[in-house]
Design a protein around this ligand. Structure first.
Ligand code: PEP
Ligand code: MG
Length: 589
């Protein structure tokens, strides 16, 4: 049978391999009663299971510490400490004394704990639900004699495509590159932890497939296309051949593109375009610097919080920011303050708000939690002593937020001065334009900020009322809608008119056809994902601003996104003929 599932492209590249189905879910627990006489043996069985789970956690912890790092390994210390909690174990034993079988007693108690933590007012406590779930599954698997599904059980060289419902941080850090060639998940969005990690490991990944674990039995052959967000189950030989060809073509084209790294980013009619990199993890910075990026246009800082037990302290943050600043010596590095909440996992991972995208996230959360925010600002100020750091605020809708953030930046500065730290007098503070409010009222922001950076991922979502993480809505999610194009045009006009630099750092900038449209709309700074820098540079060098301006004008006037795409594509084909990167049409927002 030949079936394709469409999901959300999370990490580019193509992988062909056999499925390793990871069912890391809380198993069904049959209701079983034990007699009074059986109770002591049952309590002993519980104790042995808990000890075995602890032993396994110690083992996983040591391996993750050796292969990934100390911080990631700390996840397992937390899980270990849950099993060391006497109150938890005594309560489970108590339930066994009331004649529940050990697995049933453990299940009941863990469900209660998970619910209690999920409702906790403190976001860090809500985050513990992931660890409780991992512990819940691990102990039940032992008590029910189920196979141990840890992904690391795969032999090295297995070249498996991991298919699973969702990956908890505890599972993600165990992924072994030696045995896994790609990842596919039912849940998740482009910005969830698994997507970010897959990108940083260079593993192709598709998330948001919804029903992959239902449709797949395990061991089938699949093609995973992380660029287009496709999972092809039981492909024909011809399909595999076609995909391998494409992967080869992409490799050759990539190798050719690497040659562009040292060339100038300038259009055919001589206009300089600044190309910067988006960096999701500090480790990506050194690689991105080699692609010819002139600095970082968006460093996301959510990695500092995802899957963690505590907010990172000032020194840890300072080290991470400094690493990126030093990798790009002399070039600007735009670091975005926390964009936690919404689709970003850390605030519980299980949003307790009815509409998290419209809720307590990003700059709103930071202004309400000044100590958390100021710790980050102090680390940023200190990092600025090593290079050209610029601070960027996410999800701004009003100038009042910019003023409040600036006041806290002043306090952070004063706190450092009191500690004797010498700081530069000025640090640019810019805003992301990623809501219709910010774009339409850009004139209210322009005088109080140092730069604009358009976040098209959210701008599309909020303008079109299309959830960016909902796989059912993927076809409706397009930056070529006339409303989005006009908001971008307005932002550029207002920003440049007010003397500001206006960049685009959403995924739109990483896509050849969209990047062309942005040049035509007047954007002169693009911040793109590390892999796309050479490709976007090729587009820049092959087009003229005069042609791009004309095409963008017609795209803005088009009645539909499809018409806008056709206009832009015709121009690009005239410039690049049948280049492979135009063959797929639209694959990005
Ligand atoms: C955006 O919204 O376009 C953006 C760059 O930010 P993020 O994807 O992290 O929300
Ligand atoms: Mg955003």
């Amino acid at each position: 049978m030949d079936r394709s599932l469409q999901g959300i492209p999370a990490s580019p590249g193509v992988a062909v391999g056999d499925v390793h189905l990871l069912l890391w879910e809380v198993p069904e627990v049959p209701h079983r009663i034990v007699s009074d006489a059986e109770v002591p043996a049952e309590i002993e069985r519980l104790g042995r299971a808990v000890e075995r789970a602890k032993e396994r956690l110690r083992h996983v912890r040591d391996r993750v510490e050796a292969t990934v790092g100390k911080e990631e390994a700390a996840i397992f210390d937390v899980q270990y400490s849950i099993l060391e909690d006497r109150a938890l174990i005594e309560r489970v034993e108590e339930l066994v004394r009331q004649n529940l079988a050990a697995e049933r007693a453990f299940d009941v108690e863990m469900l209660e704990w998970r619910q209690r933590f999920a409702r906790h007012a403190n976001p860090m406590m809500r985050e513990r639900v992931n660890d409780l779930t991992d512990v819940h599954i691990r102990v039940l698997a032992i008590l029910l004699n189920l196979p141990d599904h840890d992904p690391v059980d795969l032999p090295a060289g297995a070249k498996a495509v991991l298919v699973t419902h969702d990956l908890t941080p505890g599972l993600t850090v165990q992924l072994d590159r030696a045995s896994i060639v790609g990842i596919a998940t039912d849940a998740g969005t482009r910005t969830s932890h698994v997507a970010i990690l897959a990108r940083s490991l260079g593993l192709p990944a598709v998330v948001g497939l919804r029903t992959a674990t239902e449709k797949i039995k395990g061991h089938e052959r699949v093609i995973l296309d992380g660029t287009k967000g496709l999972l092809v189950i039981n492909p024909s030989e011809a399909d595999v051949h076609r995909y391998r060809e494409r992967a080869r073509e992409e490799e050759v084209a990539d190798a050719e593109l690497q040659g562009l790294a040292s060339l100038e980013s300038v259009t055919a009619d001589g206009v300089r375009i600044t190309l910067r990199a988006n960096v999701d993890l500090p480790e990506e910075a050194e690689v991105a610097a080699k692609t010819g990026a002139e600095g970082v246009g968006l460093m996301r800082t959510e990695f500092l919080v995802v899957g963690r037990t505590m907010m990172p302290d000032e020194d840890e943050q300072y080290d991470a920011y400094r690493r990126v600043v030093e990798a790009f010596a002399g070039h600007p590095v735009v670091i975005r303050t926390y964009d936690i909440g919404g689709d970003k996992l850390p605030v519980g991972g299980h949003p307790t708000e009815a509409n998290p995208y419209l809720g307590w996230r990003a700059i709103r959360m930071c202004l309400d939690e000044p100590e958390i925010f100021k710790t980050q600002l102090r680390a940023l100020l200190r990092a600025s002593l090593h290079g050209d750091v610029r601070i960027m605020l996410p999800l701004v809708v009003s100038v009042a937020e910019v003023r409040a953030a600036r006041a806290l930046l002043g306090e952070a500065r004063a706190e450092l001065r009191a500690r004797g730290v010498k700081l530069p007098d000025f640090l640019p503070l810019g805003v992301m334009i990623e809501t219709p409010a910010a774009a339409i009222a850009a004139d209210t922001l322009v005088k109080e900020t140092s730069f604009f950076s358009i976040g098209t991922n959210d701008l599309v979502q909020y303008t079109l009322a299309v959830d960016r993480g909902n796989a059912n809505m993927a076809q409706r999610f397009t930056a070529l809608h006339p409303a989005v194009l006009r908001l971008i045009r307005r932002t550029v006009e207002v920003g440049t008119g007010g003397g500001l630099h206006v960049a685009v750092c959403g995924e739109m900038a990483s896509h050849p056809l969209m990047a062309f449209a942005l040049l035509g709309l007047g954007v002169r700074e693009l911040s793109v994902n590390g892999r796309s820098i050479p490709l976007v540079k090729r587009v820049v060098r092959g087009v003229s601003i005069a042609k791009a301006r004309d095409a963008a004008q017609r795209a803005c006037d088009a009645l539909t996104a499809e018409d806008a795409e056709a206009v832009l594509m015709t121009e690009l084909r005239a410039a690049f003929g049948d280049a492979y990167f135009l063959r797929e049409g639209l694959t990005a927002p």
